[in-house]
Design a protein around this ligand. Structure first.
Ligand code: SF4
Length: 190
């Protein structure tokens, strides 16, 4: 019978629990009343930093990452992570606090300017949507130079960032293809 890590741990815990019931009950009477530890859930995820796609397990509580480690059941990395992957938690949490270097507001630098301006999300979304619509409508290509139907947009490119996870990248590429984009990339492949 092939047993993976999680099943092995479950089996071990069940066996140990069964063996310890009598002495465990006796110990419970003497146990202190405060909780010795707190259980938090584990969520499997994919490291977003490069195209290798290592698996990781993350434990979080209250919006902060408590622990992150390589996923031993993942077929690619089998529990290991490189130094970048080990720092993955810092996208969110540093020394138990939300990373103070995370941008909390929209920053906009106009074409030709060297200054960043702070904008709100309504302005950013409206501006992005307007520019995509205008550019797409102004450049949509129904046929290529040899008369073949192509229905594509060559004037817009999409570049996914390192903080996008697997699922977000999947949604992004679908949305871009629905618009007709053909130049779609992600930093992990660059
Ligand atoms: S950055 Fe490191 S841990 Fe992350 S996917 Fe690439 S090799 Fe794996």
């Amino acid at each position: 019978m092939k047993v993976n890590r999680r099943e092995f741990l479950k089996l071990t815990a069940t066996t140990a629990g069964a063996l310890l019931v009598p002495s465990g009950a006796a110990l419970a009477e003497e146990a202190p009343t405060f909780p010795l530890h707190k259980m938090v859930g584990e969520t499997p995820t994919i490291c977003c930093f490069c195209g290798v796609g290592c698996g990781a397990i993350v434990s979080a509580e209250g919006g902060r990452v408590l622990n992150l480690e390589g996923d031993p059941d993942h077929p690619i990395n089998q529990g290991s992570l490189c130094s970048k992957g080990l720092a993955l938690a810092q996208i969110n949490t540093v020394d138990g606090e939300i990373n103070r270097h995370r941008l909390q507001t929209v920053k906009y630098r106009a074409s030709g300017s060297s200054q960043w301006e702070e904008k709100d999300w309504d302005w950013a979304l409206e501006t992005i949507a307007r520019r995509i619509k205008d550019t797409r409508e102004g450049s949509f290509l129904e046929q290529d130079g040899e008369g073949r139907t192509v229905n594509r947009v060559e004037a817009i490119a999409s570049l996914g960032g390192a903080a996008l996870d697997n699922e977000e990248c999947s949604l992004l590429s679908k949305a871009m293809r629905a618009l007709g984009l053909v130049y779609i990339e992600h930093q992990a492949r660059i």
